[in-house]
Design a protein around this ligand. Sequence first.
Ligand SMILES: [Zn+2]
Length: 164
Amino acid sequence: MGRLITLADGRRVEVQCLSCAITSGLVEPTGGVIKETEHFHVHQDVAYPIPGLVILASKRHFYCMDELTVGEMHEYIELVHKIREVQRKTLGIEKVYYFYNEDTTHHFHLWMVPRYEWMYEFGHSVESLRPVLLYARNNLNTEENMSKVIQAIDKLRQGLKELK
Ligand SMILES: [Zn+2]
């Protein structure tokens, strides 16, 4: 049995593993692919319309950090570093929260959640994460904000291309 998932742009899809569906190209992420490497796939989070909220997902289906191969391990840290650099350079993002859980229903993926001023109303650190995401999903699905999300995706894609 798959799970029904609502994407940030309102599409609803039923999938076994959303990460597999996105990294294989079955489901087109909001705004398209930001970057693809041999082992990884970078895209906007499809559920929460926050500009610069990037997901770095493995292409291979696994869950735990100690399951990364040596090749994946090296590519992973290099990509985290590059994405972070481009978030700062092109979007002016000063701080990022990283979130990754091994008991996910999708497979291995890291959330890179930018911190914006408005988020501090929901507190700091881990306790603010869920309220921030829910607020975004329920209140930021506007045409104006979605165009900011798409612009951010384009800037990240371009920035990563220029970094090589
Ligand atoms: Zn998967």
